[in-house]
Design a protein around this ligand. Sequence first.
Ligand code: PMP
Ligand code: PLP
Length: 497
Amino acid sequence: VTPDEPRKALDFSNLLGDAKRRTQTPIKSLYNLFFLPGMLNLSAGLPHPSTFAFRSLSASVPDGPSSPSSRPLTSMSIPFLPSADSDAINKTIALTHSLQYGTTRGIPAYQAFVRQHTQEIHAPPYADWDVIGTVGNTDALSKAIGLIGSPGDTMLVDEWTYPAAVDTAQSHDVRLGPVSMDEQGMLPDALDQVLTNWTSTYGPDRPVPKMIYLVPTGQNPTGATMPLERRRAIYAQAQKHNLIIFEDDPYYYLQYADYQSPETRDNDHPDAQPGLSGLLPSFLSLDVDGRVIRMDSFSKILAPGSRTGWITASKQFLPYIEFHNETTVQQPSGLSQALLTELLTNVWSHKGWSDYLKQLQFDYFRRRNLFVDLVHRYLDGLADYVVPEAGMFVWLRPRFPQALLAPYPDPAPSSKGQSEAEAAASPKPIMPQVLDAMVEARVMLIPGYFFAGQIDRTERVNAPYLRAAFSFTKPEEFEPALQRLAGVLRQFDCGIE
Ligand code: PMP
Ligand code: PLP
């Protein structure tokens, strides 16, 4: 290995969990032989393409950069190509093969696009990485947990995290290890402490965690985006404690320009947005060891219902994901893969995509600005908040009077001489009441305890947080929504010292 040749990934085979019981389904192992020149293929039970119901596929898509409401559309179409040979299968996007059973890594043109894109954006700094198609990051995370985790293992998570990640872990009988965070995401020292003290805290029978789940950009629910230094520090802890990192980054492309106060705002323009070239480095791009399993999703870029994404990881992990696909989804829908690949490679290409993203980022940037301007106007004094630099969430910390936020249920009622009956009659937790009051006032945010990074969320039921998403409501509805929220918070005496 010369200095400029990246080394191969470290060997993590000792960290594999449930994946070890996965094997390749036998017929898939022959797949690459089916299309050898001259082969008369009596082997596979593939339906003949002449039986496919779709003979062409066309779509209207935005043509270049322009705002979503006024995008000129262009049309694209995907041909059938009945006589496609193996060469054509690898190079073109045609329904004959995108609608056929495939290798379960994705159609070759889809794989080629996301592989090249990953190289251009993340340039993983080790030699033997590759990509595999997924049905979005929900699917990807479930497969990643099933790769490294086994029942009884623990996945480390942010103290406040994406609820489906908690439930996915639970469905694998994997436990959660919450780690403290601040407005830049997980705290490296807290991570170090949790792992250093693991056995003294939990005893020798609870295995030391080998996986950590992170949403580094526009984190759900806190909106936190980890700056590069924080990413480096967390990666160093992952190396120190030999962790596999699950990088769930669906908001990566929704990074946008800084928040400036309305009076001095001079970055209100698509060209001030990062596009593809100004994005923060990912964990994958720092990953000299091959310990990151990065999950990208087209959900927040193109549409969640496309159900498409991809995993980038060391080649020692990918066969197990492939075997998992063989027994579940096979691969993302051929209709989706064909449409996306045609759009990204032939209609937009890299430059067109970058321009499209700048526009998308600009849309979120404007929503963020307007929302935060109004949060400032209506909630100052009632709640604290952090201004997001990416994604679609603002994490609010209403200033409830301390007395309202007693831990619930009271951890030691008897120490106060309370009988069980008195304890049962003691005040109900406050945050579910806030939820009821919001529903009554017809404004909806999600209370913090929904996002507790632990199985028993009720332990955090009185945590004084609310997650606001500014992605869906019409911008003209931001103001009445925040007025209603301010009314609810006043009902609970927020901001009164
Ligand atoms: N079950 C049986 C008995 C099959 O023969 C096949 C296709 N070979 C499948 C399931 C796979 O079906 P699907 O494409 O719907 O995943
Ligand atoms: N991961 C996080 C952190 C999310 O916030 C979401 C969407 O809400 C997902 C994954 C789901 O992504 P996908 O649609 O790609 O399954």
